[in-house]
Design a binder for this molecule. Structure first.
Ligand code: SAH
Length: 254
């Protein structure tokens, strides 16, 4: 009998940001598949099997999950944030497209999760209140020239820009380049948010400006939001500052 495969988003880290539907799908699974640190976020259940893997083996992990489902198991593949945003779900569909005929009969369910950008935005205020563009700054899976082309388009289009994967040990210079590129189109006073490990124990959210943004302050667990020409700061209670983008926008030449 063919089993089932749920692709489940775990949210940004905190247990209360796992949706009730995701929790239900995780509890119902006979087998959990995913990157070990993400599996560690899922409460243990007797009789449930865990298949932890390395972060770099997305396609292999997808195939393993599909084989388990094809053998009759009820499988949950876990992903951080939302599984469709720079994450596992695409690897599962790619495996189905290129893989065994029997995998097409598996009942696949996508379970959305709270993506890092939504949590980061909520911490800072409402920076995504108007048109925005989301990019992964990683050039592991695409050429750097394509990153530059898309960033240039987003910057000249005056979009708010969200950057996933802004930096890692292997990619130390890309974020500085991105800030320089955007700064050619936008004022130095443009708000920039560095959101590190949102909803986790070592969360840190810093609000700065494009002129002062220090790329060295970002790592693999940071998400960056660069405001549009309309994004602004407003003072809140207890000395807090919020970043927001108004609901209306004007045409600004940049
Ligand atoms: N599917 C995930 C994104 C995976 S790509 C989602 O929807 O959130 C990995 C990148 O996501 C990281 O490099 C970082 O930029 C961002 N990210 C994931 N979790 C985060 C968190 N808790 N805080 C800040 N950024 C996070």
């Amino acid at each position: 009998m063919t089993g089932r495969l749920a692709i489940v988003g775990l949210g940004p880290g905190a247990a209360e940001l796992i949706t009730p539907l995701a929790a239900e799908m995780l509890a119902d699974a006979t087998d959990l598949v995913g990157y070990a640190p993400y599996l560690a976020r899922v409460p243990e259940r007797a009789g449930q099997r865990r298949h932890a893997s390395d972060n770099r083996e997305e396609l292999a992990r997808a195939r393993q999950a599909l084989d388990l489902a094809a053998s009759g198991k009820s499988v949950a593949v876990v992903s951080s944030g939302d599984p469709g945003v720079f994450a596992m779900a695409s690897a599962v569909f790619e495996a189905i497209e290129t893989g065994k005929r029997e995998w097409r009969d598996i009942e696949v369910t996508m379970v959305p999760g709270v993506s890092a950008m939504l949590t980061a935005a909520a911490r800072a205020g409402a920076p995504l209140g108007h048109d925005f563009c989301v990019l992964s700054l990683s050039d592991n899976l695409k050429p750097w020239d394509l990153v530059v082309k898309r960033l240039e388009a987003a910057a000249s289009g005056d979009f708010i820009i969200v950057l996933y994967n802004p930096a890692s040990k292997a990619r130390p210079w890309q974020l500085g380049e991105a800030f320089r590129l955007v700064a050619r189109h936008r004022a130095g006073s443009t708000p920039v948010i560095f959101a590190h490990a949102v909803s986790q124990a070592d969360e840190r959210v810093d609000i700065t400006t494009l002129a002062d943004a220090d790329p060295a302050k970002a790592d693999m667990r940071t998400l960056i939001i660069i405001g549009s020409s309309a994004t602004r700061l407003v003072a809140g209670g207890k000395g807090r500052r919020f970043v927001y983008t108004p609901r209306h926008a004007e045409l600004v030449e940049s």
